[in-house]
Design a protein around this ligand. Structure first.
Ligand SMILES: NC(=O)C1=CN([C@@H]2O[C@H](COP(=O)(O)OP(=O)(O)OC[C@H]3O[C@@H](n4cnc5c(N)ncnc54)[C@H](O)[C@@H]3O)[C@@H](O)[C@H]2O)C=CC1
Ligand SMILES: O=C(O)C(=O)COP(=O)(O)O
Length: 633
């Protein structure tokens, strides 16, 4: 299939060989500017690669829809469009801090945006305030409910949880509204572990009860005889960051430590000399049980009547995780029956607990959710969350996002040049669908010289979804809500990876987007299998359209595009070029792909401006042009 390409000035240049790639993996230092340069005026993608140990968990990107601001859909209160562009210097972000945060973190936030600290807001007050906020920073005391996201009306871009547990944030609602949720997962680990150990020792030696007794003028030495820790078996339930640190410290106290965690790596346990056991084994053998799992639908009330019945009589329980993992009524019954000798609780189902018999029980030691409350931890948490929130507001990657896929930085760096081509292909494909036909089935074919199993396509899929969905709806799509939005719109995106005979140096050779079971407004975009089909590549860092239907073309995906099917005859480029020139429409790129010599050709014309209706009509009237379509990129 012959192909020629012409520059804007009408001078023919030799076609770019389809295998010719510039190195599309710029160095990370120039990545941001690279992306800005290649991004269209409507979209910029930016992110930061962080290599600091505290940010080593995972990396993400956010997509900035720079110019687009559209009205919310009628379908979902959460499906608002957002302008996620980094604010211009005189358009500062508004950051609401709803609970006490360390001064260093506040300083960092103030250097970036307008910070308002409003503590103890009622749910209604939070809802009425939130629509004027770009970011919200909370600790465990603020419930960020679906109502809050609805009330935000699409403005809220990021919720920062200054701590670990995100059970007080409705993640599903956040995701549906495309709002990123970030936390500070490492800064309070030691504080929480130390508090767990403090409660363990205080409980075993009746410190709180004895303290109250002495202060009440009593001297009850025999009443407060304790139990020793050394040689006792401690079951750590949830062997994550806090659980591991508790285990390490308990070993130092001479305890025999076992742990239960269905997801914990055995080598971590082995390294600490901790035996990983089943839930039942832990319950049946432990003298002390320390809880360190998150509150999720699976762990909710996992310590209930049935569980307590499995425990050794006289067991002692520490909870610095979440109150909701224990059925508090069942714990009270277990204390009264003597199955549980003592409990030490930092967290409660309802905080602060109201008229709780459990709290008042003489064998229960309580603290008001103090696990993370050390000066050191709070200083670090504040900085960790402020950095994450500012980064997210700038459109950078967040190492601590909790509702977006985890993508290692090296994968991100390699794939970033392909984001734009993926979005543009989605955008073009959807515009080729004839009005009225509902899109359901989308097939994306990635050709790559690499092993198909190692190609992580989630980000590319998100960008294709963005490209398909945004032109035809008021939805705003980013990495956070791409899969959810596709599902909500009834889009089935099937991905296929084909091993290509190209250079394995680059992660992707080409991306093909096919839409099945629809009519096309440009018949030539329909391939032999009846699907609308277009293919793109990255060439010299620029996204290119390389195939339309069954015809090869080569046009850079910048500005707007006119696709024509015409009789292959001399003078066609000139005729169409003249019509555009007469109407002051600048041609940026032209490419003609012939299917049959002197019979049929496909012409792709990149134009900077949008031609008016009359100009398009004149193109359609050129006798040799059989069909054409104007597509906005
Ligand atoms: N009281 C306080 O002030 C604080 C409380 N926390 C709580 O501690 C929890 C743990 O924090 P990190 O250790 O930093 O989190 P993490 O994510 O490092 O560890 C949690 C561990 O629990 C495990 N897990 C999940 N489901 C489980 C199940 N059904 N049974 C057993 N293990 C399960 C996970 O695999 C993970 O290893 C947080 O979710 C938070 O709720 C954390 C910090 C301070
Ligand atoms: O980090 C956590 O999960 C905590 O529970 C700490 O909560 P806080 O920030 O002290 O309200």
């Amino acid at each position: 299939m012959a192909m020629a390409s012409a520059s804007a000035k009408g001078v023919f240049s030799s076609p770019l060989p389809s295998s010719s790639f510039s190195n599309p993996s710029p160095k990370s230092s120039s990545l941001l500017s690279f992306l800005r340069n290649t991004a269209s005026t409507t979209t910029a993608i930016s992110f930061k690669l962080s290599h600091s140990p505290s940010h080593s968990r995972c990396h993400f990107f956010t997509v900035n829809n720079v110019l687009k601001t559209v009205a919310p859909t009628e379908n979902s209160d959460l499906n608002h469009s957002q302008d996620l562009s980094p604010p211009s210097p005189n358009q500062r972000s508004t950051i609401l801090v709803s609970e006490k945060l360390g001064e260093a973190g506040l300083e960092l936030l103030r250097s970036f945006g307008d910070v308002e600290c409003l503590y103890d807001l009622s749910p209604d007050e939070l809802c009425s305030k939130i629509s004027s906020c770009d970011a919200l920073i909370v600790r465990s005391g603020t419930k960020v409910t679906r109502q809050v996201f609805e009330a935000a009306k699409g403005r809220l871009k990021v919720v920062g949880r200054a701590g670990v547990g995100i059970d007080n944030v409705d993640l599903q609602a956040a995701t549906e509204s495309g709002c990123l949720v970030v936390n500070a997962p490492t800064a309070n680990t030691v504080a929480a572990a130390e508090h767990g150990i403090a409660l363990l020792a205080a409980m075993a030696r009746n410190v709180a009860q004895a303290d109250a007794s002495v202060k009440a003028g009593k001297w009850q030495r025999s009443k407060y005889v304790g139990v020793s820790l050394v040689g006792k078996t401690l079951a750590v339930m949830g062997f994550g960051k806090v659980g591991s640190e508790v285990a390490r410290r308990a070993k130092g106290l001479g305890m025999h430590v076992i742990a239960h965690d269905p997801y914990a790596p055995t080598d971590r346990a082995r390294a600490l000399g901790v035996e990983l056991v089943s839930f039942n084994q832990a319950m049946e053998t432990a003298d002390f049980v320390s809880l360190h799992m998150p509150l999720t639908p699976t762990t909710s009330k996992v310590f209930n009547d049935e569980t307590f019945a499995k425990m050794k009589k006289g067991v002692r329980i520490v909870n610095v995780a979440r109150g909701g993992v224990i059925d508090e009524d069942a714990l009270l019954r277990a204390l009264e029956s003597g199955i549980v000798a003592q409990a030490a609780l930092d967290v409660f189902t309802e905080e602060p607990p109201k008229e709780s018999k459990l709290v008042q029980h003489e064998n229960v030691t309580v603290t008001p959710h103090l696990g993370a409350s050390t000066k050191e931890a709070q200083a670090c948490v504040a900085i960790e969350i402020a950095e994450a929130v500012v980064g997210a507001l700038k459109g950078e990657l967040s190492a601590t996002a909790v509702n977006a896929p985890m993508v290692p930085p090296e994968v991100l760096s390699e794939l970033s040049p392909y984001f734009l081509v993926a979005e543009k292909l989605g955008r073009l494909a959807v515009q080729l669908v004839a009005g009225g036909s509902g899109i359901r089935d989308v097939r994306v074919i990635y050709r790559s010289a690499r092993n198909p199993d190692v190609l992580d396509t989630r980000l590319l899929r998100a960008m294709i979804t963005k490209g398909i969905v945004e032109p035809i709806s008021a939805s705003f799509v980013n990495l956070v809500n791409a899969d959810f939005t596709a599902k909500q719109k009834g889009l089935r995106i099937i991905e296929e990876r084909i091993v290509a005979d190209s250079s394995p140096e680059f992660p992707v050779d080409s991306i093909q987007v096919q839409i099945s079971n629809v009519d096309s407004k440009f018949k030539s975009a329909v391939s032999n299998n009846g699907d609308i089909s277009i293919e793109g590549k990255v060439k010299f860092g620029i996204p290119h359209l390389t195939c339309v239907g069954s015809s090869a073309v080569d046009v850079s995906l910048e500005g707007n595009l006119i696709l024509c099917r015409q009789v292959d005859q001399p003078g066609m480029i000139g005729q169409v070029g003249n019509i555009l020139a007469e109407n002051n429409v600048n041609v940026s790129f032209m490419s003609v792909g012939r299917t049959v010599r002197r019979k049929k050709a496909i012409m792709a014309i990149g134009v900077d401006e949008e031609p008016d209706k009359e100009t398009l009509k004149r193109i359609g009237e050129v006798p040799a042009i059989e069909e054409f379509v104007f597509l906005k990129l």
